[in-house]
Design a binder for this molecule. Structure first.
Ligand code: SF4
Length: 460
């Protein structure tokens, strides 16, 4: 498997700490897979230095701003200087480090708020995201973001609780996790990581500060972003590779830093499963489907240029067979619209000894005008069918099935009859607001299927 690629979304590598071995430090980062770093200024001088470094090294990007510690006495000239720096290079991708620090209170709070809000407005004017420092000023940060924020940015080295993270995410912001997530006493941050979607997390070192365990107390550096990602992976029950890919994509979306592999994936790995993305066609148009906003799952781009042939699928699969529990026909499309390909690929995978699962909307019998379930016997070990509603009316409203009321009847029949041909049959419902989960559970049980709840907005 290729080495994970990662971005350190917050570093201060312009400090003297690195001057003697700057190139070695960058080489260690590259060796660890840290392919890009955001160098964040905290005053005019360090912002200037960040831009110089970003202009010199292709893997470095810059953020420019003034830290809340230095807010006292910031003048219009200072704002102009930051603006000029922001416009001086295409490698400047954010305004920061800005924010509030009511823990150390090195500048009067009213001054911190004045400067922070001014920078939020400057970022909006320049159409740049913001990198926010927050220490013991959670409510005030949110209040400023409500007043002047444009919903693009990151709360770096997050120190709030899960509720604050949820508020910030609902306003469009990302949560950045530093090495403190590895500290034994920091259960609160691990809870934030647990409850926040991976698609809203970034990884940072904040170096030279906050070295993760087992280097706590020593000078930090970008290569150690990998230790932060590894701890996030552990908390989320994902592979390190997944966290690296997803957070790299998040940096791409937020800062435009482009080291994310966005090639269309026919097959992609999450944990120990390989998902097969063989079509983007669907028999439904579900109101909750994430693909209408973003055609990615866990950092994998699933927007196909064209539907892959049997040979193309098998040649991709051949490189991915190592250390795998199962293959899943899934993706952002309904796999059973390509029934013949599913049967051929599944037969080959079974011949090679793998488990095979299909995630489906359960309308294949209507699509093909016949009962296709007997054709899947012996080829498929498990089928997961999206039920999502306890009755035909709610199903139609949610799925926009082109088959009208018949659609729901077909899904329930599919679930019921699948047991005759497929060993494991699971009906699922997504926790979309308004979905009657308990009603779905009753229907699934009456049909003799297992029932599983899928978290809304968490795909893959
Ligand atoms: S069937 Fe699946 S992929 Fe298709 S629209 Fe519905 S949720 Fe999206």
């Amino acid at each position: 498997m290729a080495k994970p690629v990662l971005i350190d979304s917050h570093s201060h590598i312009y400090y003297e700490d690195y001057s003697e071995e700057f190139e070695d430090m960058l080489a260690r980062a590259a060796e660890a897979g840290v392919k890009a770093m955001l160098v964040v200024g905290t005053d005019i001088e360090s912002s200037r230095r960040s831009v110089e470094l970003a202009d010199k090294y292709p893997q470095l990007y810059a953020a420019v701003g003034i830290h809340p510690h230095d807010a006292d006495g910031v003048t219009e000239n200072d704002f102009m200087a930051v603006k000029e720096l922001a416009l001086s290079s295409p490698k400047v991708v954010a305004i920061g480090e800005i924010g509030l620090d009511f823990y150390r209170d090195r500048s009067p709070r009213s001054e911190q708020v004045r400067v922070f809000r001014s920078f939020l407005r400057i970022a909006s004017e320049l159409d740049l995201p913001v990198v926010i420092h927050d220490r013991d000023a959670h409510d005030e940060i949110i209040e400023c973001l409500v007043q002047d924020g444009a919903g693009r940015g990151v709360l770096h080295c997050f120190s709030g609780d899960a509720e604050m993270a949820e508020r910030a995410v609902s306003m469009g912001y990302y949560i950045s996790v530093s090495g403190t997530v590895t500290y034994p006493s920091n259960g609160a941050l691990r809870e934030v990581v647990r409850s926040t979607g991976t698609d809203r997390l970034l990884v940072e070192t904040d170096c030279p500060y906050l070295s993760p365990e087992p280097f706590r107390g020593r000078r930090n550096e970008p290569a150690r972003a990998l230790l932060v990602a590894a701890r996030i992976a552990e908390i989320k029950g994902l592979d390190l590779d997944d966290v690296c890919r997803i957070t790299t994509k998040n940096c791409h979306d937020l800062f435009g830093i482009n080291v994310w592999d966005n090639s269309a994936k026919i097959a992609y790995r999450i944990r120990r499963s390989i998902y097969l993305n063989i079509t983007n066609r669907c028999s439904n148009r579900c109101v909750f489907c994430a693909k209408f906003d973003d055609f990615t799952v866990k950092g994998h781009n699933l927007l196909l240029d064209q539907e892959p042939s049997f040979e193309e699928i098998m040649s991709v699969v051949a490189n991915l067979e190592e250390d795998i529990d199962e293959f899943v026909f899934c993706g952002y499309g309904e796999p059973l619209v390509r029934l013949d390909i599913v049967k051929r690929v599944a037969a080959e995978l079974k011949r090679r000894g793998f488990r095979v699962r299909i995630n489906t909307d359960g309308q294949a019998n209507l699509v093909h005008g016949r009962n296709v379930l007997p054709e899947l016997e012996g080829l498929v070990d498990s089928v997961s069918v999206s039920l999502n509603a306890p009755d035909a009316e709610s199903y139609l409203a949610l799925s926009n099935t082109p088959f009208g009321a018949e659609g729901y009847v077909a899904v329930t029949r599919f679930i019921s009859e699948a047991k005759l041909y497929i060993p494991s049959v699971v009906a699922t419902a997504v926790t979309l607001p308004g979905v009657d989960i308990e009603g779905c559970r009753r229907v699934a049980e009456a049909l003799g299927a297992e029932f599983r709840v899928r978290k809304y907005a968490e795909v893959g």
